[in-house]
Design a binder for this molecule. Structure first.
Ligand code: 2AM
Ligand code: CA
Length: 267
């Protein structure tokens, strides 16, 4: 295993411990609103510090881009860690056991290592660029679906950007027509890990942040899938508008999305 992946796993497990210990006294967790329908807890912050601590000890010269604390460390380094300490915070606050830790390492702007860890089920999804994707100790592959027939597709509602509601619901309706069903589980990083593991045949969501998708993107790619924006391009890196799955499923999803594209969704 690549030594940097090993450190990422250690950091993710350390955050998982912080998160799970706090669930025993969820009523004591401090919750703050950071934006419209957007919450952060003391646990997000503690878990993020646990991750940074483990990585910094091994790699004191690396930089960090984190959901809660922003940029820190050596921001000029070619090594940048992209961290979401608790993806699915809304689930966590409500006691819904579906959330994860997401850690990615970018080297000169390209993601080389990825970890998504579900501390509830003790499920670990990892990837190293060029070396495939692992789910626990097994090789992980995306689903073999040839089109949307019989598929389960994951999504997220644009709850922080509700002006997308009409366009989103039109897309949802057309996708729903051809799939077996749709899931909305509340953790985008875990959704992408599930695509990499073939549990979900595809996934689409509007307005995600880099830390929601950095690790999941490499997992999907190393599992034989692709990630695009709503036009099939690479704009998702800045827009956070994401479509994912095996190439055939993504093509089918894009054809459902195309009639409903607005300028804001076409990037
Ligand atoms: P969070 O739990 O860290 O806030 C839910 O749909 C998933 O999408 C979660 O992973 C949530 O991350 C993430 N998310 C972040 N920004 C979002 C946005 N603007 N719209 C929808 N989902 C968003
Ligand atoms: Ca997140």
């Amino acid at each position: 295993m690549h030594p940097m992946l090993n450190i990422a796993i250690r950091a993710a497990r350390s955050a998982g411990k912080v998160i799970m210990q706090a669930t025993e006294q969820l009523d004591k967790v401090e919750i703050e609103q950071k934006g419209s329908n957007d919450f952060v807890t003391s646990v997000d912050q503690e878990a993020e510090q646990a991750i940074i601590y483990v990585i910094k000890k091994a790699y004191p010269d690396h930089g960090f881009i984190c959901e809660e604390s922003g940029e820190s460390g050596n921001t000029a380094s070619e090594y940048q860690w992209i961290i979401d300490p608790l993806d699915g915070t809304a689930n966590y606050i409500k006691g819904i056991p579906h959330f994860c830790v997401s850690i990615a390492l970018k080297v000169n702007g390209k993601t080389e290592q990825a970890v998504v860890f579900d501390p509830v089920r003790d499920e670990l999804f990892t990837a190293t660029k060029g070396a495939g994707c692992q789910f626990n100790t097994y090789r992980s592959r995306v689903s073999k679906a040839k089109d949307l027939k019989g598929t389960i597709v994951g999504t997220g509602f644009p709850f922080k950007v509700k002006h997308y509601k009409d366009a989103y619901l039109a897309i949802f309706s057309d996708v729903f027509d051809d799939t077996a069903d749709i899931r909305r589980a509340g953790s985008a990083a875990l959704d992408l890990a599930y695509v990499a593991a073939g549990r979900l045949d595809g996934f689409f969501e509007i307005g995600l942040k880099p830390w929601d998708t950095a690790a999941g993107e490499l997992l999907v790619k190393e599992a034989g899938g692709i990630v695009t924006d709503f036009t099939g391009g690479h704009g998702y890196v800045s827009s956070g508008n994401i479509v994912s799955g095996n190439p055939k499923v993504v093509k089918a999803l894009l054809s459902k999305i195309r009639p409903h594209l607005t300028p804001a969704l076409s990037r």
